[in-house]
Write a protein that binds this ligand. Sequence first.
Ligand SMILES: [Zn+2]
Length: 298
Amino acid sequence: LRLYQVTRKFRDEPKPRFGLLRSREFYMKDMYTFDTCEKAARHTYEQVCDAYCSLFTRLGLPFVKVQAATGSIGGTTSHEFQLPADIGEDRLVLCPQGHFAANVETLNGGQTSCPTCGEKLTETKGIEVGHTFYLGTKYSSVANAVFSSAENKPQLAEMGCYGLGVTRILAASIEVLSTEDSIRWPSLIAPFQLCFIPPKRGSKEEEEGAALLERVYDDLAEALPHLAGDSVLDDRTQLTIGKRLKDANRLGYPYVVVAGKRVCEDPPVFEVWNQNTGEVLYVTKEGVIELLSKVQVP
Ligand SMILES: [Zn+2]
């Protein structure tokens, strides 16, 4: 049995800080699992850990799964999913070869080398974005959470509990992916995937460029309807393209489509900026649509 919820939580946080990273109110996904025996419960535990790993991989986040203290929740096995970052509040030690990763809370004294390969462990700070606990019967014994076994005997459920900090994942991913002057979103959770920038008012491309860009949008909306609601038009045409491109970069739209000088060529050529790689491609309308067909949207 697996029960989960994604809901708003309140915590009387003594030191709220770093914006959404540590706040009094936040969204969290939590789940409680109940199995008939330890073997099945351990299997569930592994499955949830794997699901968390694939979630962070799909988001393109550099995460580490570390052994963690069970703390006040208790249980026998626990892991945290951490994003290494200087502003992180947890201290982690990692084997450079990836054999071993732990929150320093779990280490007795000065463990400095990897138990597998003996290499010196490196220390880093991390932002915790997920946590898993294998609870055994700690809570089922107290709450008398029993089921009838095959022999019709009451038996205690083996439990696990699992959490993902939804709000914190948002803030932490920006923290670890962004550069000094621009936001970088994981494409899957970017508020908008695309920004369209028409020519500057009064430029010689103005009329033709705006109309052509609109046609790109219409054709895109037809070919890739899932992107239609994920697009923004920056119609502040009193500003230069360069200024708007800079703003788009700061806000971190994964892709920016610009109707620049070459939009008056035959066939018209658009600039497509991939903000995450810094790459710019010059392509026709069909090229824009083909390029954007690879964009992943949930
Ligand atoms: Zn190692």
